[in-house]
Design a protein around this ligand. Structure first.
Ligand SMILES: [Zn+2]
Length: 198
């Protein structure tokens, strides 16, 4: 993979953004292409990484933080260690960052089939097996507008397809059978209502 996709010397800093949950309308919208590769865009990426690592998650798409643009961030490699301090409070130490940014992605050469149990920061608490293509090719721009193409398999391929779906207004529940979708959506919305009381 080309190095220019990675943020060199990534440091865990930024602003925590609110992660919107299903059925927020922005999650159902087809996002607009990114046209300006400026400092604002790079600041948004930084905040999205900060928010993703805090959650924690391995991917976060711009619509999930209320920005309907074709951009997502990912890190499928970082480690998160739980540290219990002397006063019994718990802290998390993150290491081995491998942050990747994908802007205006296009997926092609979809081949094979793979089942993987997915979750989503916008549908917390629900994990379901989703069928995805096993290998894909993705062409995308980095934070400076430069174009790259990579081939992906395994978790990278699955995560890219999940995040790319967010840019098309699709949450992973919509990749399941109708029966399962209706059941899970009801279950999720019920739980959400209950949680509001706390
Ligand atoms: Zn998601």
């Amino acid at each position: 993979m080309e190095n220019s996709n990675f943020l060199e010397n990534y440091k865990l800093e930024g602003n925590l953004l609110e992660i919107l949950t299903y059925p927020a309308p922005v999650l159902k919208k087809v996002a607009e292409p990114v046209t300006e590769f400026n400092d604002d865009l790079r600041a948004l990426c930084k905040d999205m990484f900060y928010t993703m690592y805090d959650a924690p998650g391995i991917g976060l798409a711009a619509p999930q933080v209320g920005k309907s643009i074709r951009l997502f961030v990912m890190d499928i490699d970082f480690d998160r260690e739980e540290i219990t301090k002397a006063d019994d409070s718990v802290e998390y130490e993150l290491s081995n960052f491998n942050p990747m940014v994908f802007i205006n992605p296009e997926i092609s050469n979809k081949e094979g089939e793979v089942l993987y149990e997915e979750g989503c920061l916008s549908v917390p608490g629900i994990f379901e097996e989703v069928k995805r293509f096993e290998t894909i090719t993705i062409t995308y721009q980095d934070m400076y507008g430069e174009k790259h193409t990579i081939e992906a398999d395994e978790l990278l391929s699955i995560c890219l397809q999940h995040e790319n779906d967010h840019l098309d207004g699709i949450v992973f529940l919509e990749r399941l059978s109708m029966l399962k979708q209706n059941l899970l959506k009801k279950k999720f919305l019920k739980k959400k209502k209950k949680n509001k009381g706390f």
